[in-house]
Design a binder for this molecule. Structure first.
Ligand SMILES: C[S@@+](CC[C@H](N)C(=O)[O-])C[C@H]1O[C@@H](n2cnc3c(N)ncnc32)[C@H](O)[C@@H]1O
Length: 266
């Protein structure tokens, strides 16, 4: 278990990582496996509609939240720890002319800046795994949902203990080191008062994402070699090693990707 200074470091490092140019090059504006098709699938499984007030916890650059607003007509609010992500999301929303206008704000999943029972649905994609205190984040999601509200999580799963070389900060923000099994996620959510669970495996989407990232890392290496890209503090060889290890761990069934839906108590 990491201490509270470690928790803050993880959140900051994660937000900074997902705001960086290199991650945008590798993933674009949608920072999860399955891209917007899987976001839409999650919205369909949750039965989202025009009357729903939806919160996207750790919304990244806002593209998935915008997609839900466009496809289902719902009122969307996005929250992310990264201030630059929030600015990017606000710019995206302003350019689309949607009504009601999706709103985005900066904040911490473990201390949501909303009143009790504000939302009909909460989603969080590829982010729960990065929250250091998952029980608190789950309790916060339950608190801001109205009774009988719907929750949709999509996340990396890891079964068993990871090898020590994957217990690094980069592995944590790359969603591996802080991940748990689907059963552990369900147990945390149940502890926060959620009921009526459904669980779906989507590991194929993760395989595609990792293969794409590995291909694009070669392009990044070329751009760095030509002096066209500055990676700052990011260690490219460590990134390549992590992507290769991730591919191996997915193939051996240790790492996967799962959707979990649930309801808050009526
Ligand atoms: C893998 S990205 C996923 C972003 C978005 N859900 C998507 O699918 O495009 C993880 C996101 O979690 C955010 N994040 C990490 N810790 C957070 C926290 N404690 N509270 C809110 N956001 C957080 C990061 O800033 C980053 O945008």
């Amino acid at each position: 278990m990491i201490d509270k200074v470690g928790d803050r470091e993880i959140k900051l490092c994660c937000a900074t990582f997902y705001e960086s140019d290199v991650v945008r090059m590798l993933l674009g504006d949608v920072l999860h496996p399955g891209e917007l098709a899987l976001t839409e699938h999650l919205g369909r499984v949750m039965g989202l509609g025009p009357d729903d007030r939806v919160l996207d916890v750790a919304c990244g650059r806002g593209a998935p939240a915008m997609h839900l607003a466009e496809r289902f007509g719902c009122h969307v609010t996005g929250l992310d720890y990264g201030a630059e992500n929030v600015v990017a999301a606000q710019a995206l929303a302003a350019g689309r002319g949607l009504a009601p206008l999706p709103t985005f704000r900066q904040g911490d999943a473990e201390l949501l800046p909303f009143d009790d029972a504000t939302f009909d649905a909460v989603i969080s994609e590829c982010s729960f795994c990065t929250f250091p205190d998952k029980s608190t984040a789950a309790a916060e999601m339950a608190r801001v949902l109205r009774p009988g509200g719907r929750l949709g999580l999509a996340d990396i799963t890891v079964s068993g203990t990871l090898p020590e070389d994957l217990q690094t900060l980069l592995s944590w923000v790359a969603c591996v080191a802080g991940a748990a099994t689907a059963e552990e996620y369900v147990a945390i959510l149940r502890g926060a008062g959620f009921v009526d669970f459904t669980v779906e495996g989507h590991t194929k989407a993760l395989v595609e994402l990792v293969n794409n990232v590995r291909r694009k890392l070669l392009g990044v290496e070329l751009a760095v070699g030509l002096g066209k890209l500055d990676l700052g503090d990011l260690d490219l060889s460590e990134g390549k090693r992590l992507a290769r290890r991730a591919a191996d761990l997915i193939e051996s069934g240790v790492v996967g990707y799962t959707l979990v839906t649930a309801k808050s108590r009526s």
